[in-house]
Design a protein. Structure first.
Length: 296
């Protein structure tokens, strides 16, 4: 990472924002560096985003120094890191109190937390920093972070398609419900969303598969966050999919069409594209499998 650029390229080709946390705030913030995906493979775009982010972080760090940070997520994430650095999981004050009344071991843990807490670490060790709501607008980046291991196996194009489909579903839901907490989506809101989609199917001639894909993607996103936060999955979109009907299979290409149209068209393709088409014809691979195949 070049000095002053605040970006570095990830293994998947995308850029991320990287910055050192000021030395006097490391113990409060909970880590020495900040790393945030910029969701772009274009260096110019990454530099523009990083220039904005570095100013935002500088302001946030100044607010932390003055004790007036308004970023609930920053405070909560910092509390979790500080708790881990002291060998503890972050637990809310209510959770600690409930556990202490149920077992002697939990009471001993609470007493130990109180004894070891300082003015700086008390909020983290005693669980007084509230967990911020996860807004719908932040849902896809959060799930991408949670599933970073599984998603690392996707090609850049596959990851882009994964992200675009889910961002579209979230935008559609925000149009109906507003940018509310993702884990507070009620069944009523889900039913309103399904009704909105049914109107689109009738009025705009869209296919049921588009509606069902949105419902499936939203349900999957919420399930991933619920699992990570160790809470019960609310499943607001369960059972709302509509039948897609009987899908007719396309006719197989005829020998004459292959000879008259496809073969002559190969000469107009570049070498790589021509090779991919030949592989598809001879092996039956899907286009994505042939395009993403390694040379070896």
């Amino acid at each position: 990472m070049a000095k002053g650029r605040y970006i570095e390229r990830r293994k998947d080709g995308d850029w991320r924002f990287v910055a050192r946390v000021p030395t006097d705030l490391v113990s409060v913030y909970g880590e020495a560096r900040v790393r945030v995906s910029l969701h772009t493979s274009e260096e110019v775009v990454a530099l523009e985003k990083a220039a904005v982010m570095v100013e935002e972080y500088r302001q946030a760090w100044n607010d932390l120094r003055d004790g007036r940070s308004s970023d609930a997520k920053v405070r909560y994430d910092s509390a979790k890191r500080i708790a881990r650095r002291h060998g503890r999981d972050y637990r809310s004050a209510a959770d600690l109190a409930a556990a202490a009344t149920a077992s002697t071991a939990a009471m001993d843990e609470l007493i130990d937390r109180i004894r070891s807490a300082t003015a700086e670490t008390a909020p983290a060790l005693l669980g007084t920093v509230p967990e911020p709501p996860l807004l719908l607008s932040n849902l896809v980046p959060e799930v991408e972070r949670l599933r970073r291991v599984e998603l690392s196996g996707k090609s850049h194009k596959q990851l882009h398609r994964w992200r675009i489909a889910r961002e579209r579903a979230v935008r559609n839901l925000i149009e109906i419900a507003g940018d509310v907490s993702a884990l507070d989506i009620s069944r009523t809101v889900a039913l309103d969303f399904a009704d909105w989609w049914r109107d689109r199917l009738i009025n705009d001639g869209l296919k049921p598969a588009s509606m069902n894909r949105d419902l499936e993607n939203l349900g999957g996103l919420i399930a991933a966050v619920a699992k990570a936060r160790r809470i019960e999955n609310p499943k607001p979109f369960t059972g709302l999919a509509v039948p897609v009907g009987i899908v007719s299979r396309p006719h197989a290409i005829t020998r004459s069409a292959l000879i008259d149209h496809l073969i002559p068209a190969l000469s107009r393709l570049n070498v790589e594209a021509r090779g991919i088409v030949c592989i598809l014809i001879q092996t039956g691979l899907r286009p994505s499998e042939a395009c993403n195949a390694r040379r070896e």
